[in-house]
Design a protein around this ligand. Structure first.
Ligand SMILES: [Zn+2]
Length: 114
């Protein structure tokens, strides 16, 4: 496994954590929830305040992630949206894109449905 794949795995892991946070949070789309930063650093403990609606808009695309400002890795991703409280990044490095698409929990769920 190369460094980029390892980074992608870390980010996919944080995404899974946030999926559980999103599932356990209330139904109020405008209410802010503390998500975890989905950056490549396995030791990152930053919390990212975002509403469920904001989170859902990031999750629609399997290659976009929610990060604390300044946590992006320029070699593998680019900031596509600066929302102040958080940045949205899109994976641009090919192996990283493949990995995060393969591990997308929304895709896995769609495939397991009858
Ligand atoms: Zn981070």
């Amino acid at each position: 496994m190369n460094d980029n794949e390892r980074r992608a795995l870390n980010e996919a892991l944080f995404r899974d954590v946030n999926e559980r946070i999103a599932e356990s949070t209330g139904r109020f789309a405008d209410e802010k929830t503390e998500f975890v930063c989905e950056c490549a650093d396995p030791n990152c403990a930053e919390r990212v305040p975002a509403t469920l609606a904001e989170y859902e808009s990031v999750r629609k695309n399997p290659t976009t992630f929610l990060l604390a400002p300044g946590h992006d890795e320029p070699g593998i991703e680019r900031v596509v949206s600066d929302r102040g409280r958080f940045h949205v990044v899109e994976k641009v490095q090919a192996a990283v894109r493949q990995t995060v698409i393969r591990l997308d929990p929304r895709q896995r769920r769609a495939q397991s449905e009858p």
